[in-house]
Design a binder for this molecule. Structure first.
Ligand SMILES: NC(=O)c1ccc[n+]([C@@H]2O[C@H](COP(=O)([O-])OP(=O)(O)OC[C@H]3O[C@@H](n4cnc5c(N)ncnc54)[C@H](OP(=O)(O)O)[C@@H]3O)[C@@H](O)[C@H]2O)c1
Length: 243
C-alpha cells in the first residue's frame, strides 16, 4: 500500500489527516517529538483501520538528525506532509530573540532542512508527493503577526520553488494555506465560525489535493478572495491599517 509520512504528527491537523488517509488504507508513519503519545495513536490507527503504522521520533529543530531520521524510516513514504509549526508570541518576539528564532526555525528553517532531504530522494526515485501546511499569514506581513507570517511566507516561497524544480521529475508539491483552524494552536483565540475550518476539513482538502494533484489550496474558498483583497491594498494605505 502507499504510505504517508506526517511530520509534526501530534498536531490536531495531523491527527485528522492520518485518520483520513488510513481510512483509504494508506500506511502511516507518525513523526514527532512525543513518541509515547504517538505510539498510542499508532495502535489506534492499526486497530481501527487495519493499516501498517509506525511512530518515530522527529524534532524539526534538530537539523543534524534529519538525514539519519529519513534514511532509517521503517518504510518508504510515497507522500510526505509537513505539518509542524509554532505560532509564538508576536509581542514577545519583537524584543526576545529566542522567541523570534523559535518561530522562524519551527515554521521555516526546520521545514527546509527535512524537506531538502525528502525532495532529493523523491527526485532520484522520480516519484512522490510533498505537501506543506503553510498559512494565509504568509501572504502579507501584518503588525499583529509578522514574525509567524514572515516565516510562513518563506515556507510558501520554498514550496513554490520546490514545485517548480521537481515537476520535471514527476514529483508533485502542494502548498496548503489554511485561514483559521480550530486546533490547540488557536484554542485561546476567538475565531469567526464562518471563516474557521475544522481539522477534518483541512484533512479532506489535503486528501483531495493529493488525489487531484492540486498546487495551492486555501481549505475554505473565501480565504482566496480575502487574501486577494488584502494583497491588493496599496502599501501607502496598508501601512496605516491596524491589522
Ligand atoms: N490553527 C490554525 O489556525 C492554523 C492556520 C494556518 C496554518 N496553521 C499551521 O498548521 C500547522 C498545524 O498546526 P495546528 O493548528 O494543528 O497546531 P498544533 O496542534 O499546535 O500543532 C503544532 C504541531 O507542531 C509540532 N511542533 C512544533 N515544533 C516542533 C518541532 N521542533 N519538532 C517537531 N514538531 C514540532 C507540535 O508538536 P508537539 O506536540 O511536540 O508540541 C505540534 O504537533 C502548523 O504549521 C500551523 O502553523 C495553523
Amino acid at each position: 500500500m502507499p504510505a504517508v509520512l506526517l511530520l509534526g504528527a501530534s498536531s490536531d491537523m495531523a491527527t485528522a489527516i492520518a485518520r483520513k488517509f488510513a481510512q483509504d488504507k494508506y500506511d502511516i508513519i507518525l513523526a514527532g517529538r512525543n513518541v509515547q503519545q504517538l505510539s498510542e495513536f499508532k495502535t489506534d490507527l492499526e486497530i481501527r483501520y487495519n493499516v501498517k503504522a509506525e511512530a518515530v521520533k522527529f524534532d524539526a529543530l534538530d537539523y543534524a538528525s534529519h538525514p539519519s531520521f529519513y534514511n532509517n524510516l521503517p518504510f518508504h513514504p510515497d507522500i510526505t506532509i509537513c505539518i509542524f509549526g509554532y505560532l509564538g508570541d508576536q509581542q514577545k518576539a519583537v524584543t526576545d530573540w529566542n522567541e523570534a528564532e523559535n518561530i522562524i526555525q519551527s515554521n521555516f528553517t526546520g521545514a527546509v532542512s527535512i524537506l531538502n532531504i525528502v525532495a532529493e530522494d523523491y527526485k532520484q526515485k522520480k516519484s512522490g508527493i510533498i505537501a506543506g501546511i503553510s498559512s494565509v499569514a504568509g501572504e502579507r506581513g501584518r503588525q499583529s503577526n509578522y514574525m509567524y507570517g514572515s516565516a510562513k511566507a518563506g515556507f510558501t516561497a520554498y514550496l513554490s520553488g520546490l514545485r517548480n524544480s521537481l515537476s520535471k521529475y514527476g514529483v508533485h508539491v502542494i502548498t496548503v494555506l489554511p485561514g483559521f483552524v480550530y486546533t490547540k494552536m488557536t484554542a485561546d483565540l476567538t475565531l469567526p465560525p464562518s471563516l474557521t475550518a475544522t481539522p477534518e476539513q483541512v484533512a479532506s482538502a489535503v486528501k483531495k489535493a493529493v488525489h487531484k494533484k492540486q498546487n495551492v489550496i486555501y481549505v475554505k474558498w473565501m480565504w482566496r478572495w480575502i487574501m486577494f483583497t488584502i494583497k491588493s491594498i496599496p502599501e501607502g494605505v496598508f501601512k496605516k491599517l491596524k491589522l
